[in-house]
Design a protein around this ligand. Sequence first.
Ligand code: ADP
Ligand code: MG
Length: 229
Amino acid sequence: MQPIIEVKNLVKKYGSFEAVRGLSFSVQEGEIFGLLGPNGAGKSTTLEIIETLREKTSGEIWVNGFNLDTQASEIKKIIGVQLQSSGYYPGLNLTELIRLFSGLYNREVEPMELLRMVNLEEKAKAKYKELSGGQKQRFSIATTLINQPQIVFLDEPTTGLDPQARRNLWDLIRGIQSKGVTVIITTHYMDEAEYLCDRVAIIDRGSIVALDTPNNLVDQLLAKGFERK
Ligand code: ADP
Ligand code: MG
């Protein structure tokens, strides 16, 4: 395995407020890498900077060897990013939305195949707004796969979902990894990070406070006197 993402001394300031305070980490090809932390920790900011959607203040980032400052357009080609739900034109059904996106990416995609992968075949003719919370998340994850990315970014994909829908989504994310895709996911659920991630960076107020496999992190926490439920 080798790093597919490298982040060095990443800093993001919003005015005088430092939301990301010198983060450094790397993500190995093929792993599910988690950013775990409470609301406001800087997870989305970090993710969106790597996705080329937000300006950094300083630091260096490479994605698959491409430098963010000089080769952002190369990076965009190999990553899958979840759209905000406002991007889903209300008048179109799921099949039509997939056709639209595959046209935008200039990729041949069989909508039913993609919908089957996320278990939404019977919703092929439904509109996005008619889906349940879990179905919406599954659809939005499906759309990240349309450009056949090497890396998929998921920002709190299970927040607000019931336990059953969360489990479904975990299986889906594992399935994406099994196809060789690297996954970066943010979450504020320890159990999710523990179940899903190969390695986890715990972020608090813009800094990484620990980075390890879930097993090692749990051992460290227990050694510090935390109790397992
Ligand atoms: P997380 O995703 O971990 O909840 P965010 O990256 O969204 O955290 O936010 C990190 C911090 O930066 C928070 O304190 C948040 O209020 C602040 N922040 C995020 N976006 C902006 C923005 N556009 N302008 C000013 N402050 C922001
Ligand atoms: Mg966030």
